[in-house]
Design a protein around this ligand. Sequence first.
Ligand code: SF4
Length: 352
Amino acid sequence: MEENSVKLENTRRLAAIVAPLLAWYRENARVLPWRENTEPYRVWLSEIMLQQTRVDTVIPYYERFLAQLPDISSLAHAPEAQLLKLWEGLGYYSRARNLQKAAKMVMEKFGGRFPETFEEILSLPGVGVYTAGAIASICFGLPTPAVDGNVLRVTARLLGSFVDIASPQVRDQVGRALTKVYPREGSGDFTQALMELGATVCLPNGAPRCETCPLRNLCSAFETGSQQILPVKTKKAARKIQEKTVLLLRFGDELALSRREPGGLLGGLWELPNADGRLTPGEAAKLLDDWGVDAIKFAPGPLGKHVFTHITWEMTSFEVLCRAPSPRFHWAAPRALEEDLALPAAFRIFLK
Ligand code: SF4
């Protein structure tokens, strides 16, 4: 009985936020390119790009992508090299590959029309419950919440909830609770308003801007002064550190590249030749020998570091001037590196 009344209280509190939150959003929403035109292809593309990536970073990528691949058909038929080049630097390249797989599926299974139900959208490669909820509500007006970290934080504070928001069950519960209060009109705005409040007002790390929040009179955390300690979230395991040695092999103005093995981290993408571990000059010279590289000059190069989700690469390097272009590698001129070949950011830092 007590649990039921808690749930009822939560539903009432969430229902009460709908009108003030929508009014605030319509007055204060940031102008973002994917909000100006909510055609499903555009919203889908933006949601995929925004996974793990900041808004400011995404905007130029989004615009360049749309300029070259303006619709689902052009994405489905794009050469992989063009697709990866458009994605270069955004990271998590499986997102780009899944986008194209999904575009092909839309062409083949849905006759080129973006699917309009939550379940069909969810069936597309690379689309999870969050993204399907966002597209279904923003593009088709369905009452389908998109529960991300922002929304979990906002709801935990609003409801004064001390449950662990890292738990998948909590995510489902929040999704179900929000579904009950979705407005008939303005579903897409409500989805975006929750995200926007989390991104611009109800900020993480104990720094919410409650004084400007349209929901402060409805917020349990504000009422009890617990906004600094909410939400409760268990910490992820620390990232593993992996050492690498990168060999910057130059012949004239060309640079040696190789392809990574398919699958796994950065699978199938271009890379600078490298080896695991921090090689000594002697070990690096031996490796060059094994690779059949005839070096004229050989010197320590810059250091580099790249952080992935679960692992950090700490890289040392050697700069090597070659007498001839070893056939073991693909030799790229600066223009090809700039315009055609997608080299992940983890390696591109060595080109600066
Ligand atoms: Fe977040 Fe503060 Fe607004 Fe509550 S009042 S929702 S803690 S910004």
